[in-house]
Ligand binder design. Structure first.
Ligand code: PSU
Ligand code: MN
Length: 317
């Protein structure tokens, strides 16, 4: 299904096994969009996780680009999954969550691992894919700062600072300390740009109450910005934030209440580390009786569509 990109290569490139459709598109300069897989294995319940994985790929195709969902199996980073592999990843037990700090562990292992934003960016950059869609990026967790802070900051943020890939999301996940997350990205030199809105989108909600550091009116302007950012060779990624479609958005006040409650529950249950984000997302799905999942699915598919449009615009330049 996938073939080694660089059979004699060292580094991350030597680990890549790329689907034929994806390597053909890359070789011909046609648009490709990377998609991550942790939202499939750890972020959403079955069967919505399979549905969203397929719908996100379809949305990328409708925009005229080729989807490349990234995951790890048997020591290889798969770039572009078959439908069967996608279903396996969504249903099999014991899938590891691979970020930059756990990438070597995942590759040294034998089984499946899903890639987070950080690990997917690493794979995308190594494969030559410039545009990547996720749901919401990780960031500074609530309670991370202050005298007794946990210091829990997602490796997504450092990756955005050091890996030149354009990431399309619906804002930092609303479970996070979003103001601190934006400060961190600014310090580390990552442009954060909202498309078509003055606010940072609130992940499940269209609003967050926070002004976006920068705004572009549309996808064409976003693509121009990616081109300029890439040309400068700063080495960093660029983050675009797109609001969840109106029809499936979850009201901001209700989302805030659900997040507060879920965070108290997580504290009481002693959840921490890489388990925290999946635990909170699952708890909020319970508290909102599935409304958060509906919004999450809609925003992922929408981000994939926008990423496809940006990739197609870039490829046409
Ligand atoms: N977007 C979603 N659901 C998710 C994620 C993103 O809609 O589950 C995943 C991404 O893979 C992201 C990860 O990198 O959550 C963040 O995890 P952490 O906070 O442990 O870094
Ligand atoms: Mn963490």
């Amino acid at each position: 299904m996938q073939t080694k990109l660089d059979p004699s290569g060292a580094g991350v490139r030597g680990r890549l096994a790329v689907a034929t459709e994806v390597s053909d598109a890359l070789a011909a300069g046609r648009p490709v969009v990377a998609l991550e897989s942790t939202l499939i294995s750890h972020g959403l319940p079955y069967p919505q996780n399979v549905e969203v994985a397929q719908a996100a790929e379809a949305a990328v195709r409708e925009s005229g680009a080729v989807p490349a969902t990234v995951a790890i199996r048997q020591g290889r980073i798969l770039v572009g999954l078959s439908e069967e592999q996608l279903t396996t990843l969504a249903t099999v037990g014991g899938v590891m969550k691979a970020s930059r700090p756990s990438l070597s562990l995942a590759l040294a292992g034998d089984g499946w691992a899903a890639t987070t934003v950080s690990a997917t960016m690493i794979a995308a950059a190594a494969a030559g894919i410039r545009v990547f869609a996720t749901g919401g990026i990780g960031g500074v967790h609530r309670g991370a700062t202050g005298p007794h802070g946990t210091f829990d900051v997602s490796s997504d943020l450092e990756e955005l600072a050091r890996t030149p890939v354009a990431v399309i999301c619906a804002g930092p996940k609303a479970i996070l300390d979003v103001p601190a997350t934006l400060e961190y990205l600014e310090t580390r030199g990552v442009p954060v740009v909202a498309i078509g809105t003055d606010q940072i989108p609130g992940f499940w909600s269209r609003e967050s109450g926070l002004a976006a550091p920068a705004t572009v009116p549309d996808v064409a302007a976003a693509a121009r910005l990616v081109a300029t950012h890439t040309e400068l060779g700063l080495g960093s990624g660029i983050l675009f934030c797109v609001p969840v479609p109106e029809a499936d958005a979850y009201p901001l006040a209700d989302a805030r209440a659900a997040v507060e409650r879920a965070i108290l529950d997580a504290d009481a249950a002693g959840i921490q580390g890489p388990a925290l984000t999946p635990w909170l997302l699952a708890r909020i799905a319970e508290i909102t009786a599935g409304a958060s999942v509906r919004a999450n699915v809609a925003l992922i598919v929408n981000n994939a569509r926008v990423a496809g449009q940006i990739a197609a615009t870039l490829a046409a330049r």
